[in-house]
Design a protein around this ligand. Structure first.
Ligand SMILES: Nc1ncnc2c1ncn2[C@@H]1O[C@H](COP(=O)(O)OP(=O)(O)OP(=O)(O)O)[C@@H](O)[C@H]1O
Length: 737
């Protein structure tokens, strides 16, 4: 039975609540963390799509607000999936559909308007109206089915009060609108992203295919449905009794008092003004932390009261200490476990998105624990042998565990006694929460949340809080959690003391330009310390090789390097000056390299958040810094997503003919196989970017431009199998082997 899954599936978004059905008080926590009780729908919703359609048509849509580039306009065809069922009836089916998207196992055919014009506009509009009615009924019946039994209990009243009231409503609505306006972000949640891919998989191409295909599906703009969308949002909120977060705008409050400026990261509040353990205070002092940073001052009192917290604060402003310090307090206050206990409980669990970040958090924890000899920290991360970690955890019992999600899940499933130890968790921290919740980690996080007790305190910290995070709050945080926003509205999420520029140059000039910019920076900064971000691991390798050939002092970090190497280089870069680190997004978030003078981003960052986090490697702790984003003309559209940030277009520095020759010569020395790998990875990356990847012919033209920029007359041949996986079979301009 044929089923058409055309373009317009629209999901509910953040406004749907999950488990937060009870008024919260300290004694009524038990329900609030159950991931199992979270309807699947909410997890689907977290993809930030709006679910409208029922009947025989399921439509996907995002709402792009920018004019697409020329080549995109040409191919604004959307895409249609044909499947074999005609109705998504319930959560399970929806779940299957989405997990099929995730795994790419769903077999679908993309058709263009040319080969299948679909219904005319009038029909579509009629269809939509029916769909809207359908979804209204769906919301009602979903609520009744799931929560009918609670209507007479604590849930009752919440729905009648509604949740979109007063300031909270305004804040959420405007935030939501802003988010909708960022069209690509609306389906970012559906794409496994590069840094995750790099960390977790070697098969970038397959995943790129999945990303690209999904991107194609989520392309249609449809402004007509605003009204219904609003209706549904309110209806859903009312149906599920969703309370909005409390927004504590720390900077704003202080500005009003005239005490400090929005960009000052330190406050006058001392740590000893709070009831912290004297041993922690001693360690804090020794670490050189005299007063609290803004985020520490804003979150500590709330956390010490026992509340869950979602905190947003700019990069490099001390979020790690902000969540570790109160976590340590919880451990200090817990009764000691018997030394005979073979499986002593973990009391605090910190989850970080990358290995580097996990190691860094553990190091900070050890600094704060200096005078708590009885409290131990362990790190479990990918890239090391599971068995070694198992042994380490057995021989060095610890109360604080810092982990990356994938490896943590591995231990839950494979390490005897591990799950039991997790049952002791009193504090759960999700660091860089938004990144953790990128689709690739979402399932792991859900699994982890279901493995720790419901009765616990939870903190989510990040410099960026997109919609996905708000949705995961529903399953991770208690309903009475506070959203502490330390980013003063209007200042943007980046630091004022970091000068941001973007430059637009054709691809063939990128390498020479990069070299020129680095040379200039080095000449002007004796203690230069530069991070160059590249789009993929293999492009990173290529750029590092090239800069090395040009005799610059370069190190590289990306997922294709062994973990031991990554750790060594990371430590070296942390301590050094006069060094350039060329890296993929594995270094984009959270990594605390002091005194970075310049962050140079070459090519399109995967999204606005990633741009902000990458830039955040400079200007830390109130220091000055500089950021340059180098794009090709066809990537310039991305800059509009940064329009609220103080980034300006910079003229291009002149490139000496000598420089061009030197770079060309250096390129000749870069190994051919590295160029081939970079070319393939480049294609894989850009095919996942909707604005670029969906016009395959144009994409290949651009890839071949990239190939020429590496000094190749002919683009490298790509194995047929990979071309097939990338959906690029028979695209003119490609060479197959
Ligand atoms: N109260 C404090 N006083 C001075 N320095 C501090 C204080 N708290 C933390 N720091 C230092 O500030 C630096 C940045 O902290 P951290 O890495 O936690 O920032 P972050 O906000 O998590 O950044 P990102 O968003 O990039 O992850 C670290 O070197 C840390 O040791």
């Amino acid at each position: 039975m044929p089923l058409k899954f055309p373009r317009q599936i629209r999901f509910f978004t953040h406004s749907l609540p999950g488990t937060h059905l009870a008024p919260l008080n300290s004694g009524a926590r038990a329900d609030h963390h159950s991931s199992s009780s979270v309807p699947f729908l909410f997890r689907v919703l977290s993809f930030r799509l709006h679910y409208f359609a029922i009947g025989s048509r399921i439509n996907f849509s995002t709402r792009p607000n920018r004019d697409p580039p020329e080549f995109e306009r040409r191919s604004r065809d959307g895409g249609e999936i044909r499947g074999s069922r005609s109705l998504i009836e319930d959560e399970e089916e929806l779940s299957n559909l989405v997990s099929d998207f995730r795994t790419g196992s769903l077999r679908f055919r993309l058709t263009s308007d040319d080969d299948d014009p679909g219904p005319d506009m009038e029909d579509r509009s009629r269809g939509r109206k029916q769909d809207r009615r359908g979804i209204r009924n769906k919301v009602d019946s979903f609520r009744d089915k799931r929560y009918g039994d609670r209507e007479n209990g604590r849930f009752q009243g919440k729905s009648s009060q509604g949740s979109f009231r007063g300031r909270k409503e305004t804040s959420l609505d405007s935030g939501f609108r802003k988010d909708r306006d960022r069209d690509r972000k609306d389906y970012n949640g559906l794409r496994k992203r590069e840094d995750f891919l790099e960390d977790e998989s070697s098969d970038e191409d397959v995943k790129s295919l999945v990303m690209g295909s999904i991107g194609n599906l989520l392309s249609e703009e449809d402004e007509e449905e605003d009204e219904d969308y609003e209706f549904l949002k309110k209806k859903a909120a009312s149906a599920f009794g969703f309370d909005k977060e409390k927004v504590v705008e720390a900077d704003k409050a202080r500005n009003a008092d005239g005490v400090k400026t929005s960009d000052s990261y330190l406050t006058k509040t001392r740590f000893d003004q709070y009831p912290l353990s004297p041993l922690s205070l001693k360690a804090i002092k020794e670490a050189g932390y005299e007063t609290m940073t803004v985020v520490q001052e804003a979150t500590l009192p709330v956390i010490l009261k026992g509340r869950d917290v979602l905190a947003k604060a700019k990069t490099g402003t001390g979020k790690t200490v902000a969540f570790l310090l109160p976590s340590i307090e919880v451990v200090v206050k817990s009764p000691p476990t018997s030394p005979d206990n073979k499986r002593p409980p973990f009391l605090a669990l910190v989850i970080c998105p990358t290995r580097e970040l996990a190691c860094q958090a553990a190091t900070e924890a050890n600094t704060l624990l200096k005078y708590h000899p009885s409290i131990g920290v362990q790190v479990v991360i990918g890239g090391t042998r599971l068995g070694l970690e198992q042994k380490r955890m057995q021989t060095n019992p610890c109360q604080i565990l810092v982990a990356t999600p994938g490896r943590l899940k591995d231990h839950i499933e494979n390490t005897p006694g591990f799950a039991t130890r997790l049952k002791g968790v009193k504090v759960l921290v999700l660091d860089e929460a938004d990144h953790l919740l990128d689709m690739g980690f979402r399932k792991d996080i859900e699994r982890i949340i279901s493995a720790v007790p419901k009765e616990r305190q939870t903190f989510l910290f990040s410099a960026t809080v997109p919609e996905e995070v708000r949705q995961i709050c529903l399953i991770a945080l208690r309903r009475d959690h506070e959203f502490i926003n330390c980013v003063h509205e209007g200042t943007g999420e980046t630091h004022q003391q970091v000068r941001q520029m973007h430059m637009i140059a054709s691809l063939d000039r990128h390498f020479s330009l990069l070299y020129t910019l680095l040379r200039e920076h080095i000449a002007n900064n004796v203690d230069y310390k530069v991070i160059v971000f590249c789009t993929t691991a293999m492009v990173t390798k290529l750029v590092a090789d090239l800069l090395g050939e040009l005799n610059l002092n370069v190190r590289e970090i990306h997922s294709r390097k062994p973990q031991s190497y990554r750790t060594r280089v990371s430590n070296e870069f942390r301590k050094s000056k006069g060094l350039i680190l060329v890296t993929s997004d594995v270094s984009a978030r959270g990594v605390d390299y002091p005194d970075v003078t310049l962050v140079l981003q070459v090519g399109l960052p995967k999204d606005r958040e990633q741009y902000i986090h990458r830039l955040g490697r400079t200007g830390r702790k109130g220091k000055e810094g500089e950021g340059i984003l180098l794009l090709a003309p066809w990537e310039e559209y991305f800059v509009s997503s940064l329009k609220d940030l103080p980034i300006t277009k910079s003229p291009l520095p002149s490139i000496e003919p000598e420089t061009i020759k030197k770079v060309q010569k250096a390129l000749c020395h870069v190994e051919m196989r590295n160029k081939e790998a970079a070319y393939q990875a480049w294609l894989g990356y850009y095919i996942s970017i909707k604005m670029i990847g969906r016009d395959k012919d144009r994409l290949v033209e651009l890839a071949n431009e990239f190939s020429r920029s590496m000094g190749l007359d002919n683009p490298p041949a790509i194995p047929k199998l990979i071309l097939g996986k990338m959906g690029l079979k028979n695209v003119p301009g490609l060479r197959a082997k």
